[in-house]
Design a protein around this ligand. Structure first.
Ligand code: SF4
Length: 379
């Protein structure tokens, strides 16, 4: 299948380049605790062996940052650091990584009086000095709240798009262009729409594609494939990640799935679009990362899928998230949302908290809530 790719700018990430006709890079992210250097390195090696072009590592603390500088000494992989609220950690890390990912919706948590432009200028300065790329990673579950307020409650795409355009305009205005943008949602149809709209407005900016919290295989791969076929088939996308909820030892599956989707698109083996938005049970679950606070998370996600099998025909969404960093926000729009803490699982029904329950208590509690929702749908 001949695809005319968008004429995006070249962006250099360590030893590779994306955009400007370069091959679409496939990436993944470590899910071990970053401070656990042996485990994190083992996962980096496994992802590299599976063919990862870029490997992202989350850093939330000075301890993580110190670990990543040690990890750098043991690998030549193209490393991307995923910053959360503490954007200043980039200062320590920029000399040791190839790419810095920041989320515009997370820049507000620290130094609230400081304008976001100053923080981005700081990050871009470090990236330029150290030859790093940047990813402006906009996520449906963590959009800048001030931006969200200016749109209708059911318009999740408008604020994401505005946030991405605003940050690209600013980076361009200060002369930093070695960056990519991502716009992720757990709903493939929204991923398609928001990326299409962004690519129409800014066709020169490389895009990192992904469906966030796609869930477990095979459904997680199918959801992602739907979005990627639609976007890559239209020339949109320069790098991608398939986010899957799988045990740590199976993380290389993300790379294998990404490569398989790309090979199928290139060979014209594309499937027709499935409508995910309405008539069946939709389970979304995060791919896990170093922030997971209880290893039981992946098993819980699998148990939720098995336990809810009986509700397959009902149009409800259940979200299962691995931590308190993104879990609370990312479960807001689900009919039933769970996010895992170290000892307890927090349960929400349509955005409202129902309390926290032990890992043993949560499944019966979830079933009870699910039964009530189904009853409401059928009565
Ligand atoms: S919800 Fe938490 S654990 Fe899951 S991928 Fe996001 S940050 Fe990581």
């Amino acid at each position: 299948m001949k695809i005319d790719r968008n004429p995006t700018r070249k962006v250099t990430i360590g030893k590779i380049a994306i955009g400007a006709g370069h091959p679409i890079a496939v990436q993944s992210m470590t899910a071990t605790h970053t401070a656990n250097i042996p485990d994190t390195l083992a996962q980096i090696y496994a992802l590299e062996s599976a063919g990862a072009d870029i490997i992202r590592v989350a850093v939330d603390s000075t301890k993580d940052a110190n670990a990543l500088t040690e990890i750098r000494k043991e690998t030549t992989a193209n490393l991307s650091v995923d910053l959360q609220e503490n954007y200043r950690l980039a200062e320590k890390l920029a000399p040791h990584v190839d790419k810095i990912r920041y989320n515009p919706g997370h820049l507000y948590h620290h130094e609230r009086q400081k304008p976001w432009q100053e923080k981005v200028r700081f990050l871009a300065g470090l990236a330029a000095e150290n030859g790093c790329a940047i990813r402006v990673g906009v996520n449906c579950g963590s959009v800048d709240p001030a931006k969200k307020d200016r749109y209708q409650a059911d318009d999740s795409i408008g604020p994401m798009l505005e946030s991405a355009i605003e940050h690209t305009d600013f980076l361009d205005s200060i002369g930093f262009t070695n960056y990519v943008v991502s716009l992720k949602d757990s709903d493939p149809s929204k991923v398609i729409e928001v990326n299409r709209r962004f690519a129409k407005e800014r066709p020169e900016i490389p895009l990192h594609l992904g469906v966030t919290e796609a869930g477990m295989p095979p459904e997680g791969i199918i959801k992602t494939r739907i979005a990627f076929e639609q976007l890559i088939g239209q020339g949109i996308g320069d790098t991608l990640r398939v986010s899957l909820t799988v045990p740590n030892s199976d993380k290389p599956q993300e790379i294998e799935a990404g490569r398989a989707i790309l090979a199928d698109i290139a060979a014209g083996r594309v499937r027709s679009v499935v409508n995910f938005s309405t008539d069946t049970l939709n389970i979304i679950s995060c791919p896990s990362c170093s922030r997971v606070e209880n290893e039981a998370f992946v098993e819980l996600a699998q148990q939720v899928r098995t336990m809810t099998e009986y509700a397959r025909k009902h149009a409800l969404t259940i979200a299962v998230m691995g931590c308190r960093v993104n879990g609370p926000g990312e479960t807001d729009d689900a009919d039933l949302g769970l996010w895992c803490g170290p000892k307890y699982v927090n349960l929400k029904r349509k955005g409202e908290s129902l309390g926290s329950f032990s890992y043993e208590e949560i499944l019966p509690k979830l079933k009870n809530e699910l039964d009530q929702l189904i009853e409401g749908l059928v009565s």
